[in-house]
Design a protein around this ligand. Structure first.
Ligand SMILES: Nc1ncnc2c1ncn2[C@@H]1O[C@H](COP(=O)(O)OP(=O)(O)OP(=O)(O)O)[C@@H](O)[C@H]1O
Ligand SMILES: [Mg+2]
Length: 257
């Protein structure tokens, strides 16, 4: 079943087509990789899907609903949650409280009852904390629950972001370079976690430069270069695609120049 469909999506920044006429699908119960050289348009595409930014043209459909004009919180409520390439945590809040932030879309008791400290609110607060604790344990953050986010290593901060995204009970998880700042052991564990989440029914779209991680977790890969899809298929197929090889070689030559 197709979960996410992009149909001819375009986003310009001034004269630059950061995302140019992009079409692809992400399937339910699959991990789709989004790869490509620096500046290819990967983060811009994630911003468009999550509602942080709007396309100039084209359509983004999630579970048969056009979402390209919806604000981020609506898209989150529909079942898409994300992490950020540049980590966005509340620096002075504990890891656990940052995870609880991700649950705000699920909360039933309103702000008024919170302000009045009504019993219904306190019961719900307790329920949310217990759920957040379970997520923290699952992400290997159990011993850091009370640590302020900015005192954590980059790898741990990335896991707090993933836990916060999962706290919204998404159907589709968007990850922007989740292994950046993680060592090899943390990266391998994250790969296993993503695969176990997929086995529980979660779909994901994962941006990553680490090709062995992509090979570990992805069922299907989309390759972007200069804002355009230049290849898609299995990891093995795209790795040996001459257009893809040339795009990455071009990047190395540009870096050497
Ligand atoms: N807000 C913005 N204003 C102007 N240009 C932007 C903006 N955001 C991105 N760009 C440009 O759009 C292009 C795509 O950027 P984007 O961040 O999407 O690439 P990326 O594939 O995520 O790269 P990386 O692998 O380095 O994270 C780049 O040329 C970038 O400089
Ligand atoms: Mg990026």
């Amino acid at each position: 079943m197709t979960m996410l469909t992009l149909n001819r999506v375009t986003r310009y920044f001034g004269g630059l087509a950061a995302v140019n006429d992009v079409s692809f699908e992400a399937e339910a119960n699959q991990i789709t990789g989004l790869i490509g050289p620096n500046g290819a348009g990967k983060t811009t595409l994630l911003n468009l899907i999550s509602g942080l930014d709007q396309p100039a043209s084209g359509e983004i459909r999630f579970m048969d609903r056009a979402i390209q004009k919806l604000p981020p919180h609506k898209i989150n409520q529909l079942g898409i949650a994300r992490t950020y390439q540049n980590i966005r945590l509340f620096a002075e809040m504990s890891a656990l409280d940052n995870i609880i932030v991700g649950m705000h879309t699920q909360g039933k008791a309103g702000l008024l009852s919170a302000a009045l400290s009504l019993p219904g609110y306190r019961a719900e607060e307790k329920r949310l904390r217990e759920q957040a604790l379970q997520l923290a344990e699952r992400l290997g953050l159990g011993s850091f629950c009370n640590t302020p986010a900015d005192a954590l290593s980059y790898g741990d901060q990335r896991r707090v972001e993933i836990a916060r995204a999962l706290a919204a009970h998404p159907k589709l998880l968007l990850l922007d370079e989740p292994t950046a700042g993680m060592n090899a052991a943390e990266t391998a564990r994250l790969g296993e976690l993503i695969l176990s989440l997929r086995d529980e029914g979660l779909a994901a779209l994962v941006i990553e430069h680490d090709m062995s991680f992509i090979a570990q977790v992805c069922d299907h890969v989309v390759v972007l270069n200069f804002g355009e899809v230049i290849a898609r298929g299995t990891v093995d197929a795209v790795k040996s695609d001459p257009t893809v090889v040339a795009a990455y070689l071009g990047e190395e030559e540009a870096a050497d120049a």
